[in-house]
Design a protein. Structure first.
Ligand code: URA
Length: 210
């Protein structure tokens, strides 16, 4: 397994993930849990943000206080399920810019087909965090990362909820420079490219579609 993968095995993350995996979990609860987990995952993804100090005055005295420095953040949602991870992250970093990449999986080939792209200016100077709840075959995530690199992105992390060993391996081959953060790595993919045991189709679970 690549050294670029961080599994965020915090008890709260694992507990919420178990609730989400349960097929009886209603969409509204699923969405709420996804939002909560995204916040906890983002806490870990953003751990390495560079800091500087700034002189401030507390009510008692002046001090050099730590403050975030450097590159601006850009969150990139891989549509449509990636949107479920955005709100929690934006609660943490409200000033981050947000991009969207629309990709769907061709059901026959499982290849990623792009249908939408909107990115903020200056992606080359930003720290990019691409998000999609499921890293399954790795095809769509890899295509999204290719697209971001084409647009000039140089500093990219990828955050998901669940990953397959196959997806992790595919991403390590195609994008060894991208750090991956996930709540869990499941057993395998099935013949349709679904993660097993997984949680089903994340978009369908979020939006109540089938
Ligand atoms: N996408 C999903 O939503 N679920 C999977 O298991 C695989 C890909």
């Amino acid at each position: 397994m690549s050294g670029n993968v961080t599994v965020v095995g915090h008890p709260l993350v694992l507990h919420k993930l178990t609730l989400m995996r349960d097929k009886h979990c209603p969409s509204a609860v699923f969405r709420q849990l996804l939002r909560e987990i995204s916040l906890l995952l983002a806490y870990e993804v953003l751990r390495g943000l560079p800091m500087t100090t700034q002189t401030i005055e507390t009510p008692l005295t002046e001090m050099e206080a730590p403050i975030l420095k450097g590159k601006k953040l850009c969150l990139v949602s891989i549509l449509r399920a990636g949107n479920g991870l955005l709100d929690g992250m934006l609660d943490l970093v409200p000033s981050a810019r947000v991009g969207h990449i629309g990709l769907y999986r061709d059901p026959q080939t499982l290849a990623a087909v792009e249908y939408y792209l909107k990115l903020p200016e200056g992606v080359d100077e930003r720290r990019i965090i691409a998000v999609d709840p499921m890293l399954a075959t790795g095809n769509s995530v890899s295509a999204a990362l290719n697209r971001l690199k084409q647009a000039g992105a140089k500093d990219i992390s990828f955050m998901c909820l669940l990953a397959s060993p196959e997806g992790i391996e595919a991403l390590a081959q195609a994008h060894p420079d991208v750090k991956v953060f996930t709540a869990a790595i499941d057993e395998r993919l099935d013949e349709h490219g679904y993660i097993v045991p997984g949680l089903g189709d994340a978009g369908d679970r979020m939006f109540g579609t089938k």
